[in-house]
Write a protein that binds this ligand. Sequence first.
Ligand code: SAH
Length: 370
Amino acid sequence: MDERINLLGCGLPSLARLTEGVIGQPFRLRQLHHALYQRGVRRFAEMTDLPLALRSDLEAGYRLDLPAMPRLQRSHDGTRKALLRLNDGREVEAVDIPDEERRTFCLSSQAGCALACRFCVTGYWGAGRDLSAAEIVGQAFALREGITPEHDGSPADAAIPWERINIVLMGMGEPLLNIEAVHEALEVLSTQIGWRRMTLSTAGVVPGIERMLEWEERPNLAVSLHAPDDERRSQIMPINRRYPLGPLLEVLRSYPTSRRSALTFEYTLIRGFNDSTADARETARLIRGLRAKVNLIPINPDPVLGAEMRPPDWQVVKAFQAALVQAGVSCSIRRPKGDDIAAACGQLRAADRAARGFPQPVSLGAPTGA
Ligand code: SAH
């Protein structure tokens, strides 16, 4: 096994920490960073601005590798889902979703998730460790370069141009529970992709959003809402008991937005639970005054989620959208992509995990009707 430490995907904080005692001067770190992300160099030997002795020290103790990709699945709609194996054997999934000429890379921030949202398969399988910045960035590099299990690790000619790539942190995990690594990963990715083309999705970790307010630059923010009142939100998102809607909406009022970067509220529609036009109107009232749009996601069912986790009929989805629009909220419907390869929202899991299950069976109560 290669014991050398991987540096590809590291930002300055990780580079400094991992090369302590090898690289002394900060300007050498910046040279390394520049070589990796501005020049796209993948071999220490090619970093000719570094002294020869340093290059061979780096060669001896470090590597510049993409994560291993034991599996790459392709959906009939062009979506690709990669299973990536990390250095300690943990696995995460990352998805490449095509949208005409553009692609959206959906990256994971943790190798599992502790939040146990009742509609999400990642939550069903349970918590996993935080990913490092390099492991988050590595997912984007691997998807972009089309790395396959047979690939030799050299930069591919057929790489997707960065200009065509959007990034969403909407894969496995809660990004704001791994905020340092996520911030560093976004900084690294911002050498290639503008902040406006990156989106972080959170289940509503209020202190994490407060920390983001102190960042010099921020990605777009998406917030998983899924119900317009605390009672129902707590039923399907245990985190709502810790950070209920009041404090969540309050911190969102200070999140800087512009016309081009409004907040997004994700709203997973569950049949008979949160899908009535009255719920749509209540949602509009809740977010009034925010520069925000709503993204409706008819739930992607999965056997482990139970029979109650089913999407509404299409006309119910359309009626919910119409009610929001009528209340002055702009609203789109997210079509499932890659659902034939379990790559759609809420379907990501690590192949090597044993089921944890949910701590208690969820009952959504009597259907409210639509
Ligand atoms: N933890 C973060 C990042 C995950 S993003 C968050 O909660 O925002 C994944 C998005 O897909 C979230 O909006 C999530 O609520 C939604 N989602 C999860 N499971 C889903 C399912 N089964 N069907 C549709 N959307 C789902």
